[in-house]
Write a protein that binds this ligand. Sequence first.
Ligand code: HEM
Ligand SMILES: [Cu+2]
Length: 760
Amino acid sequence: MLNRAIVEGSALAVLALAVGLVWVRERRAARPESDGGYTTREEIEFEIGRVQSEVYRWLTTTDHRDIGLLYIFFGTAAGLWGGVDAMMLRTELLTPPADIWTPETYNALFTTHGLTMLIFFVLPVFFGIGNYVLPLLIGADDMAFPRVNAVGFWLLPPALILVRMGLLIQVLGQVLNLMLPAEAIRFFLTMREVSVGWTLYAPLSVQQPNPQIDLLLLGLHLSGIATTVGAINFITTVVYERGEGVTWANLDIFSWNMVVTSGIALFAFPLLGSALVMLLLDRNLGTAFFATEGGGAILWQHLFWFWGHPEVYILFLPATGLMSLILPKFVGRKLFGYQFIVYSTLGLGVLSFGVWAHHMFTTSADPRVKLSFMAVSIAIAVPSAIKVFNWITTMWEGDIRLTAPFILCAGGIGTFIVGGVTGVFLAVIPIDILYHGTYYVVGHFHLIVVGIIPFLMIAASYYWYPLITGRWYDTRLARFQSLLIVFGSFVTFMTLLVIGGLGLPRRQAIYPPEYQFAQQIATVGGYVIGLSALLWLYNMLVSYWRGTPVTTTDPWGLKATNQFTREWQWFERRMVEKYDVEPTEPETTRRSYAPEGEPTGLAGGVGTVAQTVSRNAWMAAAGGFVGTVLMSGGLGTAILIGVLDPVSFGEIAELVGLPASPALGAVLFLVGGTVTWPLLFLAFSEYLPGRLLFETGLVFATLISSGFAIAFYTGQSGLAFVGYLTFVVVSHWAYGIGLTVTFQYLKSDEALRNRGGSDG
Ligand code: HEM
Ligand SMILES: [Cu+2]
């Protein structure tokens, strides 16, 4: 059994050291100075003086861009800390018994992981992005209250330290223990990380003696104040500081999201504060808010989730704002349905306060009350779906540029679809009663909190990297990193959905051996996510010193599609003033909504028959593979919830004269999906209805889905039949989209190489 405090402390120290070393090394290398001379005393004094003034500047700044960066640095550091917790959790789950950490340590890990990620990672990073770009986007000079802004930020570090004091004190205690007797440092040895779960459910959180719980409650309270203060600042800024010509009707979509998010925070966080104070009083002064003879444990759950569900939208809405802002830039089309996206955001803001009891379906609340919460919870899927459809429509016929931000946007839409759909199932009481407390829930919400949220943060970091640093990040590494994190997330959290569907309970260090293989897959996927996070960090650090300097005022070529938005106009002004560069003019401009395209052969041009055949063959294989992978997600879920019978795969095998084994059938199905159908699609794509690949792909997928529906029908009726058909069609659409996006990419790649161009 390993010592958690020492392992985690060392992991964090190594991480911090590595970041420091990379920074110092790159910084040195970036300076063209090496005349072999000695460093003089004056030089050293100058250096020290510079460090001093830099430290002073960062501690006292009230500039929105500086504070934005502080928030982002802080959030990233907290995210890495919570990430280390996650890696430790997944490591424990490599084997069925609790042989790496004790079950107690495991409980502490998932508690601190959840709290750190939800409170100290996501919110600060989004507030940071908001601080940096929101004033630029709305043409304001700064936030409405610059000093309050600084105070809001500086409340966070002490809050984090209070919340995670357990680990710090434990590490300190173990170090002191080497020198002092245990008696003298009892305090250090009794404090440990909180292990009651991030929901802090009473009565456990009232009864556990660990004094760290009290510090944690104080820390959370402090972070709540910080959030409320920040939220007020965002709202005031957007209401009163908008520049000339910025109206509510043309306010950019990210600022809209930040306003709604702040509005939610303004109502939710004071409530959390009250609940935390009540819990503190129960623990320390003998009040009985959450005792059975008082409000009861259910009261805590009501209060907690009345904050907790809006909180998930506080985390999620800024990510959708970034999606709506960034996606159009990389498909060369204006955001489709701006108004609908604004309304859906407002709708989510309001509805998010009306669904909290869907977290309490397994408590003894009145069934009629639960039923109304079920209805609202299903209804809340509508505004979320509106966003998804508008994003997909924005991509439709778009001129896709396969850059890292685009990959992350597309991946985010994918994870959100699966995460959202599985959420709708959880909103249905009988299904929730089955899956509540299983890994299914973990899979559901991680597809959203890991899927769309960090994806879009990373996308934003790439998208605005030239604006913030004046340099390019390593685009190849970034593309690889993006693919890696999308891939890792799907592997990890789809696996959790499956093992949850099979009934494995979550929050347990020990599990039955038959789940070991699946748990190992999930753990490897988790490590892939961790690795890609490190690659991102490396790219950010190194490119700051060594990235290619930006020489144009329009690094993303946004003028060509009329998407040169305000923050880039600000960037252009700065480039012109500071570096005297000429404003960039695009060679060609085109309307954001491209006119109808001519149908052309897939790779354009003509070649020898052999060339065409081989090119088509490998294109088909690549497209088919991507499509089939996407599709298996939908079919897997269908099997999981019982609307698709896996036995029917056996019949496919029988059909071609093989034994009726579902596994054989599945293999045949995969081969067909990868080889046959894409080739057919390539052959017929010019004759299928639809102007461009996306549309033709969907038509094709819909056509073949009818064949699938007939071949795999196993007597479902009623609701199961509707579910079966829906899943078949939706999975085929996923297939069609995977197919056509891959084709489009290969096509543009080829076109690019023919022109001898390279990608920016
Ligand atoms: C918008 C982004 C979303 C986030 C960040 C999110 C996050 C979460 C989290 C953290 C939990 C776990 C609660 C626990 O610890 O037990 C959860 C559970 C749940 N989510 Fe979501 N969720 C999101 C979207 C949705 C949607 C769209 C729905 C349904 C329409 C939904 C329905 C549920 C339900 C019913 C549960 C309770 C499951 C249970 O307690 O067994 N969620 N979600
Ligand atoms: Cu909820």
